[in-house]
Design a protein around this ligand. Structure first.
Ligand SMILES: [Zn+2]
Length: 126
C-alpha cells in the first residue's frame, strides 16, 4: 500500500461527500423525470440494486450519476477490505496522483485505457 493513512482518510472523506451529493442528485433527477415512486428506494439501496432499479428507465442523467455512485460505493468497499488503491484488473498499485484526482478509480491507467478501448470497440470486428 503506497497510500499513507492520512491520504486514505482524505480520499475516504472525498468519496463519502461525493456519495451523499450523488444520492441527492439522483433523487432530484428521478423526481424531475417523474419517477417519484423510486426516490424513496434509492436512499437505502446499495450500488447494485440502485443500478438495477434504474436500468431500463429513460432517465439519462440519473443513470450516469448512479453509475458514478456505484463506482464510489465499490471504492469504499475496497477501502473496507484494505484493497483500496489496487487495480481491479492487474492488482498493481494505482498511481497516487490518479487516485487524488479520481478517488473512485478502480484501475491503473494502462488497464483503464485497455478497458475503454474494449468497451468502445464492442461493434463487430471484421
Ligand atoms: Zn492494472
Amino acid at each position: 500500500m503506497l497510500l499513507t493513512n492520512e491520504q486514505l482518510a482524505q480520499m475516504k472523506r472525498q468519496l463519502q461527500v461525493r456519495r451523499d451529493e450523488l444520492r441527492v442528485l439522483i433523487k432530484d433527477e428521478l423526481s424531475a423525470a417523474g419517477h417519484d415512486h423510486l426516490v424513496g428506494q434509492v436512499h437505502d439501496s446499495g450500488d447494485e440494486s440502485t443500478m438495477e432499479l434504474l436500468s431500463g428507465l429513460d432517465i439519462g442523467l440519473a443513470e450516469i450519476d448512479a453509475r458514478e455512485l456505484a463506482d464510489i460505493e465499490a471504492a469504499l468497499d475496497r477501502m473496507g477490505q484494505g484493497r483500496y488503491g489496487e487495480c481491479i484488473d492487474c492488482g498493481e498499485a494505482v498511481a497516487v496522483a490518479r487516485l487524488q484526482s479520481q478517488p473512485a478509480a478502480s484501475r491503473c491507467i494502462s488497464c483503464q485505457e485497455k478497458f475503454e478501448l474494449e468497451s468502445v470497440s464492442e461493434t463487430p470486428r471484421l
